[in-house]
Design a protein around this ligand. Structure first.
Ligand code: TYD
Length: 140
């Protein structure tokens, strides 16, 4: 995919304020530019751990710190950008074709992910050298 780190955006999601607790809703192709086929979440992440370390060929995602905070480092093979997520009403839109690492998880944090496709191991690129090769072939 011809995507760069500059195709990632922090999306500000609507917040329905209520003094007894807020609500954020995410609608397919309204707040996010894709149709969600899968929702998953990371939790019980031990201190000092990092996740990710892969890219996807087709998958698009929205990543939210539903609780706590963490950093996401995005890499397109040329440029890296780091995003800090710490609010349940902001999400990082992540198109396909980008390497990502997640780290600096706060204690008890929850990383909520909306994904455009079902889980498919064939969609992953898990080796960084293969990712660089994939980008150079697909970007030329
Ligand atoms: P992975 O996406 O590599 O995790 P992370 O990027 O958070 O480090 O997934 C780890 C394992 O979890 C993977 O090998 C299979 C399983 N898994 C599923 O079964 N379904 C899913 O939707 C996801 C995301 C992972």
């Amino acid at each position: 995919m011809q995507t760069s780190v500059f195709d990632c955006n922090i999306l500000r999601l609507p917040k329905v304020y209520n003094k007894s607790g807020n609500i954020t809703a995410i609608n397919n192709q309204l707040e996010i530019p894709f149709k969600t086929k899968r929702v998953y979440y990371l939790y019980d992440i031990p201190g000092g751990e990092s996740r990710g370390g892969h890219a996807h060929k087709e998958l698009q995602q929205l990543i939210i710190a539903a609780s706590g905070s963490f950093d996401i480092i995005i890499d397109d093979g040329m440029v890296k950008r780091t995003f800090h997520l710490s609010r349940p009403y902001t999400g990082l839109y992540l198109p396909s074709g980008l390497w990502r690492e997640l780290d600096n998880f706060s204690s008890g944090s929850i990383c909520l992910v909306l994904a455009s496709l079902r889980y498919d191991e064939n969609d992953y690129i898990r080796d960084y050298k293969s990712f660089k090769k994939y980008k150079s072939l697909n970007d030329s």
